[in-house]
Design a protein around this ligand. Sequence first.
Ligand code: PSV
Ligand code: MN
Length: 431
Amino acid sequence: MAVKLPLDEDLIARHNAPRLPALQDEYAGLSRALERRGIAIDAVKGRAATLQLACPSWGVGVGGTRFARFPMAGEPTNLEEKLDDCAVIQQLCRITPRVSLHFPWDQPSDPAAVRERAATLGIGFDAVNSNTFQDQADQERSYRYGSLSHTAAAVRSQAVAHNIECIRLGRLLGSKSLTVWVGDGTNFAGQQQLGDSLDRYLESAHAIYAALPDDWKMFIEHKLYEPAFYSTVISDWGTSILVAKELGPKALCLVDLGHHAPSVNIEQIVARLHRFGKLGGFHFNDSKYGDDDLDSGSINPHQLFLVFNELVTAALREGEAFSPSYMMDQSHNVTDPVESLLSSAEAIGIAHARALMVDRSILSDYQQSNDVLMAFRTLRDAYDLDARPIVAMARYEAGGAIDPIGAFRESGWRVAKAATRRATGRSAGIV
Ligand code: PSV
Ligand code: MN
């Protein structure tokens, strides 16, 4: 099948040519700095180039808060246009080869045709996401009081059936995993018996698990609050891992960085889940107060680095067997979503590259001898290095743009789309 990328290849070449000498110079400088530490830059770059992130189909449209949404001219209005924008992101940054679809928000009527179209755009599909946290127009029963854990068996069956339908669609698209996040919980003490809700959830989750193909995974995504504000059924990583263990080997935990209380040590959660073989995936974003869904690394790049420090440690222990599913789960309310996703992919790539530059044998020696300060400084030394040339060089060598956001602006993509795509509405209410 002939691949027809959305942006003119010459445009990227014209963009890169004048920027290459500066990049080569910065890369050489970093190479020398790493050499002094006994680290070969090309090996780091080779591993940095293997990072793969999925774009959320819903993330390429302008997001909103519960108060308002401010539409943008030229934003995508349907699945086809969303895939075009995802393909632009991949063409420019080369580390977002897949799209994660949310059903029914971006449900294809002809999944085989959508799969084919995506392939011609140079992208594929990652985990599919079910949605039982909203009522849909044609839905028989309401999720007002819950879905997989609802007190009524008929509502639970409807929610299970939706998840099984997601698996069916995902198979036709070439996906290999289902992410299940439910908004189930309570707003009042006494509203539900907390133990019984979890029992009901488990029974439903077993029914979904039973419908998983052999080569599929089911990701359990936890979140401490919202939309339920007193209790949430799958509130934390503890509940998530217990559920995943109850279900079986194909069930794994998914960590969304925004789904924890502000001071929780997420990197430790990552290490714990990995130790028990249950780390399945990530939703990257950043937050200051709650599930803010801000751009990855925009508030706390150090936390992102510490998370990758654990992920790189896990990858070194397990090699190719360690392959969590990575996605950016963000809401872009005041920026161009393509630019935010390019910026976030770069921030994630940089955090990953910094973690790859940690001198692990020296770190291990310091840890072993309890030289606390030097252990800390070994980690900090890698964080303080400027990893941008590694990420940019890997991107350039893979055919992407040295400055992806600059190239996107030069392409005039959004202006051109503003002339052809229809205007979108102002309705608020993203979760
Ligand atoms: C819930 O807050 C969540 O993180 C889940 O992953 C949903 O699928 C997604 O956000 C919807 O925006
Ligand atoms: Mn999420």
